[in-house]
Design a protein. Sequence first.
Length: 336
Amino acid sequence: SDIRVAVVGAGMMGADHISRLTNRVAGAHVSAIVEPDAGRADAALEHAPGARAFASIEEAIAADAVDAVLIATPGQFHEPVILPALDAKLPMLCEKPLTQEPESSRRVLEAEQKLDRPHIQVGFMRRFDREYGQLRDLVTSKDAGELVMLRCVHRNPSVPDAYHQDMLITDSVVHEFDVAPWLAGSDVKSVEVKYPRRNSLAPERLKEPILVIIELENGVLVDVEMNVSIQFGYQVATEAVFEKGTARIGQPNGLQRWQDERIFQKEHASFTTRFADAYDNEVQRWVDAVRRGDLIDGPNAWDGYKVALACEAGVTALNSGGIVEIPHEERPAFYA
Ligand code: ISE
């Protein structure tokens, strides 16, 4: 039967996941919405027939209304939801990041390892994007030889008022810290940040764009142009350089139109549309895994911890310059 999902946080991502679970994902429905803002909670309830609102995850669990949890609050509020959900042995899909610091991620790892197996999937949705999957298959097949470099662009038209300088790393490059190691099959070894000329259209509090150079343990170099005031639209694209060729993903697609001596093609405005299929696929596969009893089918809390380490190094590199190294850590068998 359908699993009953508690969605924690009904902001932009929470609302997006609520409509996904209600309208597009099979085998699950939203039974509980945990959201402190009453206006947001009411708006969300309209899109989740039969769901009830709760003030905390503890209350939703106590009401016996939950089989699984989808956490969509901002990152600093993840740990206080994850720990009680682990206590109740509930599987969960936690939006990125797992937590914002390696220390809190370590607390989560410790609590999770008291259970029989991983219960936490981290919401790095790019792994569920079709083209990212094809690129990973190309890397593992070695059809084009070994992977040598990944050249990434990550562009947002603008960012909300609450977005501050460190979030270039912790909220945005966080995705490359997950997906580049996943594509290349190797952990992050070091991070460096360079500042080009500042975009005068960026909000005054931000100094960007930035160029992030990530070295992986296997020698693959990753460069990321991180740009959050590019105005024209939302764009995430990668060129992979192999020994015998190159490959590109994330190119504009769809209808091309010629008129009035111009060529038009639609570009995305937001990650909610750019990655809509990836999110659908991610949540469907998570629900299927929960129903099968596998509990997760995607990046786990160890992956989330490694990303937290990379973000910590990235923030140091952002603010102090230089190449910041991350010591190697073996993946525990629990997270194999
Ligand atoms: C946002 O939080 C995301 O996760 C998006 O994928 C990313 O492109 C954006 O820069 C972040 O602010």
